[in-house]
Design a protein around this ligand. Structure first.
Ligand code: NAD
Length: 431
């Protein structure tokens, strides 16, 4: 699995060292943030360790009658502020360490958004493309059963992630509800609206990226009508962000998918460029004045760059070539630790993933509220409340940037860590 902020680099002995795992990076970011705030060492020590990591065997009867056993995980990092929250992924490289690191990120992400959740992450080490729909359903149901004791609307609320989707969450919710003897939609989020999902959940991460990009442009005194934007990755996050920014007047001059990028210095009509969902990997079929490589998109002379495809695309090798003034992280961990330092040195502002793409978990929170209250919100209400929450989080982080003269990433971690540490100190250590 691609790890966030992982980057092969050369050790002193000249040999290439292994990339850092998500866990190593998450701990490093925790220590970095801790240096900025006055937090008890004991609290930091506690946050380096997940509360619990569940490892389960998930037997699956294949369509041909044979039985295969997969391994599933659920890491629950910290719940001082509320139930654990985070995705379940189906991916061959899922392992305990990755889940722990990603669950730590979810703790920070929920805290920076001031949501009453802690961090969780899990999944099954399986290649979902090798499963039929029936097999995927059976695997999901059995996994739900294996996790039943540790999940629940008040304990731990999973959501879709790589290789899982709204249908997977519906199966998970059904399996859990059947065993509990009542319909409990709040056990997972990211469900289809017909079974308690929220309107606007799918587009929420892209919408939050657009809102944060708009605020960042305003902060750096750009008129949005004259702001140029390049977006790497035209999937759920990238396309929704690009289209909203286009609607709001920005010039989206380049977008890309895995095959490459299209570029129009006068601005693309983003609504006519097919998204990954509408027509997979079809960006390059769209007529545009210029075609570029994915690497070139990252180096375009634009005001705002939005990497929204995969992790680790801005590295020590290309960070020096980034010409954008502001990078808004749409993907999780698109900037490596080493690249971050180079961008900071070059005065490129990087607004971090834990703030920018947090619209997804925020609307998951709205979904959870709707499930508990058994009342569906309108799309308009979801949009309004998301806007409010994003602006609240943006302003909290902006205040730290201004007060401490620090990077956006450090400021976001300071906001998150301060909230978590305060809750931990106030609750105390039991017994
Ligand atoms: P997606 O599958 O909908 O779209 C991904 C897009 O990136 C596609 O256009 C694909 O062609 C392109 N792509 C893939 N590999 C590429 C590469 N190497 N170079 C350039 N383009 C490439 O995915 P998504 O849901 O939009 O997620 C994108 C990123 O955002 C991921 O890092 C994901 O973890 C993160 N994210 C997603 C959500 C969510 O709820 N969808 C929430 C938060 C963060």
């Amino acid at each position: 699995m691609t790890t966030t902020n992982a980057e092969p680099d050369d050790g002193d002995d000249g040999k290439e060292v292994e990339p850092d795992s998500a866990l190593v990076t998450a701990r490093r970011q925790l220590e970095r943030a801790a240096a900025h705030v006055d937090v008890d060492d004991g609290v930091i020590e506690r946050l380096k360790h997940p509360t619990r990591v569940q490892r389960v065997a998930v037997p699956l009867e294949r369509d041909d009658g044979s039985v295969e056993v997969f391994t599933g995980y659920r890491s629950q990092h910290d719940d001082v502020r509320g139930p654990y929250k985070g995705g379940l992924r189906f991916h061959p490289a899922v392992d305990a360490e990755e889940c722990i690191g990603l669950s730590m990120w979810m703790t920070w992400k929920c805290a920076v958004m001031d949501l009453p959740f802690g961090g969780g992450k899990g999944g099954v080490a399986v290649e979902p493309k090798d499963l039929s729909t029936d097999e995927k359903e059976r695997l999901t149901r059995r996994f739900a059963e294996e996790l039943r004791d540790v999940v629940g609307p008040k304990k731990d609320v999973p959501a879709p992630d790589m290789g899982t989707d709204a249908q997977t969450m519906a199966w998970f919710m059904d399996a859990y509800s059947m065993q509990e003897g009542e319909t409990i939609p709040g056990v997972v989020t990211g469900k289809p609206p017909v079974v308690g999902g929220s309107e606007g959940r799918e587009e929420a991460p892209g919408r939050s990226v657009a809102i944060i990009a708009r605020e960042a442009a305003d902060y750096y005194d750009y008129d949005l009508d004259e702001t140029t934007v390049a977006v790497q990755g035209y999937g759920s996050v990238g396309a929704n962000a690009a289209r909203l920014l286009d609607d709001w007047g920005a010039d989206v001059v380049a977008v890309s998918d895995v095959n490459g990028a299209i570029y129009d210095p006068d601005g693309l009509d983003t609504r006519s460029v097919p998204t990954h969902e509408e027509e997979p990997e079809a960006v390059m079929t769209h007529d545009a004045p210029e075609k570029l490589s994915n690497e070139e998109v990252l180096e375009l002379d634009v005001d705002v760059l939005i990497p929204a495809a995969v992790g680790n695309v801005i590295t020590a090798d290309n960070a020096g070539d980034v010409q954008a003034d502001v990078v808004v992280e749409g993907a999780n961990g698109p900037t490596t630790f080493a690249a971050d330092a180079i961008l900071e040195e070059n005065d490129v502002a990087v607004v971090p993933d834990i703030l920018a793409n947090a619209g997804g978990v925020t609307v998951s929170y709205f979904e959870w509220l709707q499930d508990i209250n058994r009342r569906q919100w309108s799309l308009e209400r979801v949009h309004d409340e998301l806007e409010t929450e994003m602006l609240r989080a943006w302003n909290a982080v902006r205040e730290e940037v201004e007060a401490r003269d620090t990077s956006w990433r450090d400021a976001a971690y300071v906001v998150a860590l301060s909230r978590i540490a305060e809750a931990k100190s106030t609750r105390g250590l039991w017994p």
